[in-house]
Design a protein around this ligand. Structure first.
Ligand SMILES: CC(C)(COP(=O)(O)OP(=O)(O)OC[C@H]1O[C@@H](n2cnc3c(N)ncnc32)[C@H](O)[C@@H]1OP(=O)(O)O)[C@@H](O)C(=O)NCCC(=O)NCCS
Length: 260
């Protein structure tokens, strides 16, 4: 049991791990979706009918299993982070969905400790980012993205479609292996930003220009209208290989939070 009195995960669960992050008011969790069948069967009961239907629509049992694990782990992590001395059960959480599919906590949970959250999954790994009300008020939203270096991609073709001219130049100076990694670093930063604002792939990724080598952390040089690069804080995250992950913190200007 933790200090909130919440025990969302039993001993049998391969429990989520906190990732180190030096930003006050931000928590990051990484979890495995490869959980024992008995745990998945138990977690299924935490899901709403819509979440269960979505999992059912997956083509293979392994994908159905993962879909249940994503929602249950998200619920468990959020219940724990929201609590602040109260006991909030994972199954009691309710979500709303933005125009481009972004999940938000339902208005009924606005009094909890969480200002915003976002998630990303790749293979058997899940990443959840939480922005607390204790964070700087200038940050209204957070986005995360997790990708695997093992997935094969035609980076040369993709680079022309999703990178700025300056990012493409940087890539061209690298050998094959470095290019794969660098491309993915750009990609996770772009996706984390577009997920923070709720736009997903509807934003033009080539209109974003990131300086990955900036110190002390990557920064945006250009972002699509109406976003201002100076409003954004970016990090590449210390996830274990073969994963690469990023966090974006800033202001959501395009999408109003549903129900607010
Ligand atoms: C969001 C998006 C970029 C994610 O791509 P991805 O790399 O395949 O997926 P990730 O693992 O990083 O993130 C997936 C999670 O992000 C969340 N998410 C979905 N749409 C999102 C959005 N617009 N913004 C932020 N987060 C989003 C979901 O929780 C999703 O998990 P789930 O599919 O298990 O529910 C992509 O799916 C997208 O652009 N979707 C928009 C689709 C759309 O416009 N739909 C409109 C009708 S609802």
């Amino acid at each position: 049991m933790d200090h909130t009195g919440n025990t969302p995960f039993s001993e049998t669960v391969l429990a989520p791990q906190r990732l180190p992050v030096e930003i006050p008011g931000v928590s990051l969790w990484q979890a495995t979706l490869a959980q024992p069948d008995a745990v998945i069967a138990q977690w299924h009961a935490w899901l709403t009918p819509e979440e269960k239907q979505r999992a059912e629509r997956m083509a293979r049992p392994s994908l159905r299993h993962r879909a249940v694990a994503v929602r249950a782990l998200l619920r468990g992590i959020l219940a724990r982070e929201l609590a602040q001395g109260l006991t909030i059960s994972p199954e009691s959480l309710r979500f709303q969905t933005g125009a481009h599919g972004r999940p938000y906590l339902a208005a009924a949970f606005a009094d909890g400790a969480v200002r915003d959250f976002n998630l990303s999954h790749s293979g058997d790994s899940l990443l959840v980012g939480i922005l607390h009300h204790t964070a700087a008020p200038s940050w209204q939203c957070l986005g995360v993205d997790l990708e695997s270096l093992q997935r094969s991609r035609d980076t040369t073709r993709l680079a022309h479609r999703v990178l700025s001219a300056r990012e493409q130049d940087t890539l061209e100076r690298l050998n094959h292996e470095e290019r794969q990694r660098r491309f993915l670093h750009y990609w996770v930063l772009k996706e984390a930003f577009s997920k923070a604002v709720g736009a997903g792939f509807s934003l033009g990724f080539e209109a974003m220009d990131f300086d990955i080598d900036a110190t002390p952390a990557p920064r945006a040089r250009a972002l699509p209208e109406p976003y201002c690069p100076d409003d954004w804080t970016l990090r590449l995250l210390p996830v274990a290989a073969p994963f690469v992950a990023a966090l974006a913190l800033g202001n959501r200007e395009s999408e109003p939070i549903p129900g607010s």
